[in-house]
Design a protein around this ligand. Sequence first.
Ligand code: 7TS
Length: 410
Amino acid sequence: MSSNKTTLNTEQIRKDFPILNRKIHGKQLVYLDNAATSQKPRQVIEAIDDYYKNHNANIHRSIHTLGEEATEKYEEAHEKTAEFINADSYQNIIFTKNTTESLNLLAYSLTSKLKKGDEIVISQMEHHSNFVPWQQLAKQRDLKLKFIKINEEGLLDADSINENITKKTKIVSVTHVSNVLGTINPVKDIAKITHENNALMIADGAQSAPHMPIDVKNIDVDFYAFSGHKMLGPTGIGVLYGKRELLEEMNPFLYGGEMIREVKFDDTKFNDLPWKFEAGTMNIAEGIGLSAAIDYLNNIGMEQIQKRDNELIDYAVKRLKEIKDLTIYGPEERGAVVSFNLKSIHAHDVSQILDSEGIAIRAGHHCCMPLMSVLKVPATARASFYLYNTEKEIDKLISALHKVKKMFGD
Ligand code: 7TS
């Protein structure tokens, strides 16, 4: 249907990404590793450049013009991030290093709410970043870690959701979109079940925030974590959204400068939100870079980006299905990633040969080793898309995969 087609101008967008002009082994770069990290538009690169050239100073301390400008830009970045996910205020937005740190912050700061025998529920498809912190916490605190199963299609099993989340559950932490299967999990429904059991709901938004409009109030999660570098922003800046009353009662993750209001020899009063959770000199330039990335995404519109991702992934899956002896993992309806394997060819070999054609995909366990064991494969090849990718690039991927098969005697 034409109304479903995007109005997004890929050709124009591509001009904003200098790296897309790169040649790799003499071939035009085809970047299909966006789930690992996205490329950066010149607007983001220039915002960081401008900050260092014209405004660099430490924030929240210096009563001089540069200090005030830097503080204003950094605080504005929190405000823009809050609007981007429909949070109430900048006070709900904590800047971290990445999704991993956001989730670790929670595992650390929520510890005081947990006692021996309490249960934490995650799923079989979690990235190690939403797996290992809970696993280790459970070991240290004698808690029980439970797993929502995935079904044959690669969806979270509805019965398993209901069986695992009970009155014993204190925390449920589930990925919004799987970085391997592309599964879009019903986080709003899971949050409802979680809250009916008086537990806290965390969504790992690393693969959803870059690709779809997010409304934390609508999905009603208590916490939502994501990374700037997967959504056109720089590395070194991540986000943790939290409901205010929860953040207020939580202990800080790191102690030190910036996160205090008053220190006496025998006690310390912590700063207001969100600064209570931002100890030491933060990644100021990266926060400002994230702000520019959000401007860029908003200018195009997240609905448009989501539609375009859908067009790309639908086309990629359709074309991949044409290849004999190629297995695709995950459900029909998916985010902007597709994992696959060519029969009897290791994913690393696939990736290496594709690289010689200038095509960047990822191969491996994608930091989801438990999921690999459920899928009964050591690794998958994975192509992941974003707003600057084209159907022509997908055609190149398909031709290169045919070439891989030929090289392996098929
Ligand atoms: N959660 C999910 C669902 C992810 O996909 C990733 C990164 C993370 C957490 C961690 O993000 P970070 O910014 O803290 O590193 N995923 C991938 C990937 O699929 N390939 O490289 C990184």
